[in-house]
Design a protein around this ligand. Sequence first.
Ligand SMILES: Nc1ncnc2c1ncn2[C@@H]1O[C@H](COP(=O)(O)OP(=O)(O)OP(=O)(O)O)[C@@H](O)[C@H]1O
Ligand SMILES: [Mg+2]
Length: 328
Amino acid sequence: MTEPVLSVCDLQIEFALRRGTLRAIDGVSFDIAKGEVLGVVGESGAGKSVTGLAVIGLIDPPGRIAGGEIYLSGLRIDHLPPEDLRRIRGKRIGMIFQDPLTSLNPLYRIGDQIVETIRTHTSLSEQAARKRAIDLLAEVGIPAPDKRIDGYPHEFSGGMRQRVVIALAICVEPELIIADEPTTALDVSVQAQIISLIKRLGRDHGTAVMLVTHDMGVIAETSDRVAVMYSGRIVEIGPVQDVIQNPLHPYAKGLMGAIPTLAGEDKRLVQIPGSMPRLSAIPQGCSFNPRCAFAFDRCRIERPEPIRHGTQAVACHLYDAGVEDSAA
Ligand SMILES: Nc1ncnc2c1ncn2[C@@H]1O[C@H](COP(=O)(O)OP(=O)(O)OP(=O)(O)O)[C@@H](O)[C@H]1O
Ligand SMILES: [Mg+2]
């Protein structure tokens, strides 16, 4: 086994608020291998973005990493001094956010930003860096890149701007890219193009990608594996086709639209009733238990830890061998 590019172990993230401490992430662990795209899905507030921000060291007070470890190709990065982390963030981890203008300075020509980033992290000359920037813009599908390189961000459409951000994210060949809802703000037709670009990152550049989205369609298109998050935990993780075709966790089943109505005959797909608990009111046991059609006593008392089940891992007492044995 080669070492994963990203390894997150038992991550805990807390927000110290006046009313008390909120635990937004509670024991999240996952790996991403070289060239692999991990999709991270789950409803609003599940903790997808804060997990990504923790990896790139951008959790701001009152938030903090309260426990666990994060490794980038074997190097522990969760407790580095801010200066070291900034260098790693620029060179070894790229970021793509929902709004391209988060990453682009409106006052700079796009080419200047890419060239400056390349020159900060490599020894390329101005001319060589500019040539590389033009090649990158061509690679991400910007037409006439030798002319557009001198344009300002506002002169590009939303989709083209996101392509520029991707060029900027990959210009120093990072090992890892964190993409948080990169296509949400875009037209559907443009979304597909950006998705195929992200997919190519893994294939052509060997980049590991953590792709955060609430859109299972996007995950199905792009990801090798998927992690399903629910109130600050990963409830299921596995190869994307396996999780889509055979979701194990009751929440994942609902998310994949796999739960038929209780009427039995009627195979209409249903939404999961209820909503995710507030972080200040996480129920005891499994945080999904109040919404779960399969919950039993243990689910209201004991928090389930991830259990291997075939190619998947699932945090649900239904899959605990002890339960299956006693039921048999
Ligand atoms: N600055 C903050 N202060 C307090 N709590 C925060 C802060 N940022 C995030 N949280 C809490 O952390 C939890 C996870 O937030 P996060 O933004 O990661 O959710 P998400 O899964 O990305 O949701 P969305 O799909 O809406 O983007 C939320 O429930 C939120 O209440
Ligand atoms: Mg988010």
